[in-house]
Every structure is written in structure tokens, then in C-alpha cells.
Design a binder for this molecule. Structure first.
Ligand code: HAM
Length: 542
């Protein structure tokens, strides 16, 4: 991995300054954050709810790596998108044992020319020879990225170097520069990126493991962190979390799209997301979309002067993205542009119309939004987004759509279709918190208030038994005074204090105090367990 260029110990600083710097507190990096209890319980509950709902639709968990080759994302999401163009966290990884090759490369590339002495010539030649030898060595050991381009550049470098003549006359300036340029573009490390999303990774895994040979469509779900270098604000982070689902297989039946949307809304209803709105669109396929894009571009060129800089640029790079503009002064212009729904081919129009029938059949409410084009290039036909309340400008809590050509684009089998979505977990949680309708989560069940040396052994034993039944139990590691013990039980939000003093220890009983109303009973072990379980878990659980 490339080294952090900053010095770790600032030895040339005055001692006092160094000490201060060493004692400084660390903070989470801008755009990242810690999710602490009790919020983390809400996160677990949300992700667990998603797992349960998705599994009821026969989706199964897939876990892919947090980093992948940069080009996987570039090819899937698109070079001209914000995500790939501006927001990815990328880094280069060198295999071990390749440092000398890297050094020889750096020396060749930065070697000053023109040369005015034969020594210059000799040293340069020695470095090129070393580079050639080490490159061959590293390649035979499989330490270099296997790349057609690399092979070609290396061959060119060797060809140019073979034309160098003896120190007397020396190579031409042109040949030297050509060797330097070829050395410069040879990739010695692998370019990696922290994943900005997971659809590309799921498709990569699908292809890598030949999952097209498995029976039926592959219905997969995932949950985990994603990384985009965006400007942080409420609901927008640089490390954020998604829960997503993908269906991959030979069929593109609209019923698949509809089932995915039904599943999504089932989850949102279950977790109580407030005021959600589902927007649906079809952006056509590789037959009809390019024609629409050209038409749109032509219309946009006519109104170019009335648009702001970003939209003006997008007319040429990606005109569909102009439809995404939120600028108030561009809205009236956009409303007059040709709409994709009027330019779909017959197959896409039929697909979209069947999708709407399927949604009606399943009772899924939605609104059509012809401007929903999404920011990633892989989409075809169905696209959708869900907004929720309480999120300000970042109100998209979920986005998704169909990506029928992606598997093939990534080198997989032809004819594999795909559709899926990703929910922004940070935003889903934020919206639930803002609504104030938080779920009642289990929390601490029993605080064991033991007092006196003889009470300790029965306290340890009962704590173990209650925990084995899945109850959360806090057992203080040191003896506490009675009042302090009950005070702490209260502060920790325990449902019960289980009091074990010397009396209880002697008689083999327990005093169970319900903290909500102070109700207190002396019980033996089996009555105690039965009482706690029925009150916390039974049909009349409080
Ligand atoms: P996306 O629209 O880029 O789609 O992201 C999906 C959701 O992730 C967004 O609606 C939002 O809730 C959340 N999100 C995105 N960026 C951030 C951020 N910086 N901070 C917080 N939340 C964020 C995708 O990622 C596609 N892979 C979805 C998909 C799956 N399409 C087909 N299959």
C-alpha cells in the first residue's frame, strides 16, 4: 500500500510541540461517524428487520469485499458520473517484493536529460536494464497486474532501449523520452477503490462464481458500509451504510420488478418509515434510449444559454442528468423537454405497462416521475426512488432499478438481467428518529444487586442462567451499597433489580423488584425465571 506521506514522528519540531501533537485527541475523519448505543440498537433492529423481510421473499445474504479494482466501478457506474469522477476513495497496492522495480521506474521517469556526460548515459542504461530484468521477474511471479496495455508498453520500452547506441554517440533525445514515457505508464501496482456501492461487486461475484449455473434467479441481499467523497451534510456522509437487494438471472419479467418494490415497501411499512413516496420511471433500453438521449441533447442545445454551468456541461457528457437538476431557475425549462415515456420502444413500453399492472395487483402505491434518471450509468428500463420525511434536501432513502446489460459489460454471460435497490440506512434511521416513533427494543432485563460475600456465588450462578435464556443481565463486578446498586439499575434502564443479600443467599431465594412500579416479591429460582420470562416475553409482556 502507498505510504502516508506525512511523517509520523515530527522529530524536527521543538520537543514541547511534539509532545503536544502526540497527546492530541483523535477524532473520526470528516464525513465518518461513530454509531453508539443506544442508537446502535436501532440500527441492528433496522438491519434485522430487513433481513427478515428479505428472507421471507427468499433473498439470501451475500458478503462482498469492501474494496475492489477501481475499474470495476468505473466500468459499471460510468466514467462520467459524479461517483466515479469525483467521489471514489482510491489507492494503489504494490505486491510485496516490488519496491525495487518501483524505484527503478521512478528513477527512469525522473532522470534529468539532456545528458552532458557519458556517466549520465551509463547510469540511465543501468537503471533501464534493472527495470527490464525486475519487470520480467515480477511478471513471472505473478506480482504485476495482468494487463494487455502493460504488456504492450513494456515491449515498446524494450524495443526503444534496444536501439540505444554506445556511449560515444548516445541515443537520440526522442528515444530517451520514449523510454521514459513507456516506463511512466506501465502499471506496477493495482488500482483499488473503497466500494461506493455494491451492485457492481454483486455482479462481479455472480460472474466469478458462475452463479448463472445455479437454479432459478439469484436473489441476494447485503448490508454494509459504502464510501463516497461527497460534501458531508445532514443525511450525507463519506462512510455511509446501505442495505440492498439484487435479483440476477435470465428473466426480466416485470413481476420481478414488482416483487422487489413490494418487498421494499413491506420493509418500510414494518419499520414505520413516515410519509414515504415511491417514484417510478422507465428510461428505456439500449435500442430506444440512445435515440431519446440524442433528441434530448438537441433540445437542450437550443436552451443552453438559459441553463447554469453544470447543466451546460452535462448536455455533452450526460444529458439525462440535466433532468435531475434541482435548481429553481431550470425547472420551467426542463418541464418543456421531451419526455422519455413518449420515446420508449414497443418492448420497453410494454414492460413498463405490465410493471404498472403488477404494482396495482400487489397494492403497491407509486407515482410516475419521468425525470427519475438516476446518477449511475448502468440502468435500463425500470428506475425508482423512495423519499421519506424528516430528511431535508437529502430525502432519497432508497434508489434502484434494472441493469440488464451490466453482467455482460463486466465480462459475464450474455442475456443475464438484473434489478435491485439500495436503502441508505443512515437516512432510514434518521427519518425514523425524526418521526419520534421509535420501536420498543428489549434493553437491560435484570440488574443483579448482590450484597455481602455470601451473595456473590448465587449472583454469578443466576446471572448465567438468565443469560442462557437470552435475557440481558448486568452483574456488578464489585459489591455496591444497596442504594447505589438500585440507583445504577435505574440509570441503566433495567426492568428488574434482583436483590440477593445474605438472607436470600442463606434461604436460596431472590427478591425481584420491578423498577417501573416498585412491586417486590420473594421467589425461588424457578418462580423467578418463570416470572421474568412471562412478564418480558409472554403474551401480556409489558
Ligand atoms: P444510490 O442512489 O447511489 O444507488 O444510493 C442508494 C441510496 O444510498 C440513496 O438513496 C441514499 O439513501 C443512500 N446514499 C447514497 N449516498 C449517500 C451518502 N453519501 N450518505 C448517506 N446515504 C447515501 C446505489 O447505490 C445503487 N447501487 C442502488 C441499486 C442497487 N441499483 C440497483 N441495485
Amino acid at each position: 500500500m502507498t505510504r502516508d506521506p506525512r511523517p509520523i514522528a515530527m522529530s524536527d519540531q521543538p520537543a514541547e510541540k511534539t509532545e503536544k501533537a502526540e497527546r492530541r485527541q483523535f477524532r473520526a475523519i470528516k464525513g465518518t461517524r461513530d454509531i453508539l448505543p443506544p442508537d446502535s440498537a436501532l440500527w441492528n433492529w433496522f438491519e434485522q428487520s430487513a433481513r427478515e423481510v428479505f428472507e421471507s421473499y427468499n433473498f439470501r445474504d451475500i458478503r462482498t469485499p469492501i474494496f475492489e479494482e477501481t475499474s470495476l466501478f468505473a466500468r459499471s457506474i460510468g466514467e462520467d458520473t459524479d461517483v466515479v469522477g469525483k467521489e471514489m476513495y482510491t489507492f494503489t497496492v504494490l505486491e510485496q517484493g516490488i519496491d525495487d522495480l518501483r524505484r527503478a521506474q521512478d528513477t527512469i521517469v525522473s532522470y534529468p536529460s539532456p545528458w552532458n556526460s557519458p556517466e549520465h548515459y551509463e547510469v540511465f542504461c543501468r537503471f533501464v536494464e534493472r527495470f527490464i530484468e525486475q519487470f520480467r521477474n515480477a511478471r513471472s511471479k505473478g506480482l504485476l497486474p495482468k494487463d494487455q496495455f502493460n504488456r504492450l508498453m513494456f515491449e515498446n520500452l524494450e524495443r526503444d532501449f534496444a536501439e540505444f547506441e554506445g556511449p560515444g554517440s548516445g541515443p537520440t533525445q526522442q528515444l530517451i523520452e520514449s523510454v521514459q514515457n513507456h516506463a511512466d505508464v506501465i502499471e506496477i501496482g493495482t488500482y483499488l477503490a473503497l466500494r461506493p456501492e455494491a451492485t457492481a461487486s454483486v455482479c462481479r461475484a455472480y460472474i466469478e462464481h458462475g452463479m448463472q449455473t445455479l437454479p432459478g434467479n439469484q436473489k441476494l441481499y447485503y448490508a454494509g458500509p459504502m464510501f463516497r467523497r461527497e460534501r458531508p451534510q445532514k443525511g450525507r456522509y463519506r462512510q455511509f451504510y446501505q442495505v440492498g437487494a439484487e435479483v440476477l438471472g435470465p428473466s426480466d419479467a416485470p413481476a420481478i420488478d414488482a416483487e422487489v418494490l413490494e418487498m421494499l415497501l413491506t420493509l418500510f411499512n414494518r419499520v414505520g418509515l413516515a410519509n414515504i413516496k415511491l417514484y417510478v420511471n422507465s428510461i428505456g433500453c439500449k435500442e430506444c434510449r440512445p435515440k431519446y438521449v440524442e433528441l434530448l441533447r438537441a433540445e437542450l442545445r437550443k436552451v443552453k444559454d438559459q441553463l447554469k454551468e453544470d447543466s451546460q456541461r452535462r448536455i455533452e457528457t450526460n444529458p439525462l442528468r440535466v433532468l435531475d437538476s434541482k435548481l429553481p431557475e431550470e425547472q420551467a425549462i426542463i418541464e418543456k423537454l421531451p419526455r422519455v415515456s413518449e420515446h420508449l420502444c414497443d418492448a420497453c413500453r410494454e414492460h413498463f405497462s405490465k410493471l404498472k399492472d403488477e404494482l396495482a395487483l400487489r397494492g403497491v402505491g407509486y407515482e410516475e416521475n419521468w425525470r427519475l434518471v438516476r446518477g449511475l450509468d448502468y440502468y435500463t428500463r425500470t428506475t425508482f426512488e423512495v423519499t421519506a420525511a424528516g430528511l431535508g434536501s437529502q430525502n432519497a432513502v432508497c434508489g434502484g432499478g434494472r441493469y440488464d446489460g451490466l453482467v455482460e459489460l463486466l465480462g459475464g454471460p450474455a442475456g443475464i438481467k438484473g434489478i435491485g435497490f439500495a436503502i441508505g440506512t443512515d437516512r432510514a434511521i434518521l427519518s425514523i428518529q425524526e418521526s419520534g416513533k421509535l420501536p420498543k427494543l428489549p434493553g437491560l432485563a435484570v440488574f443483579v444487586a448482590w450484597m455481602g460475600a455470601k451473595a456473590y456465588a448465587p449472583a454469578v450462578a443466576i446471572a448465567k442462567k438468565l443469560r442462557a435464556r437470552g435475557l440481558a443481565v448486568e452483574l456488578p463486578p464489585e459489591e455496591l451499597k444497596f442504594r447505589k446498586s438500585l440507583g445504577l439499575a435505574d440509570k441503566l434502564g433495567a426492568r428488574y433489580a434482583l436483590i440477593i443479600g445474605e438472607d436470600e443467599a442463606a434461604s436460596g431465594t431472590f427478591t425481584l423488584k420491578r423498577l417501573a412500579d416498585g412491586q417486590q416479591d420473594k421467589l425461588d429460582e424457578s418462580a423467578l425465571i418463570a416470572r421474568v420470562e412471562s412478564e418480558l416475553r409472554g403474551p401480556n409482556a409489558r
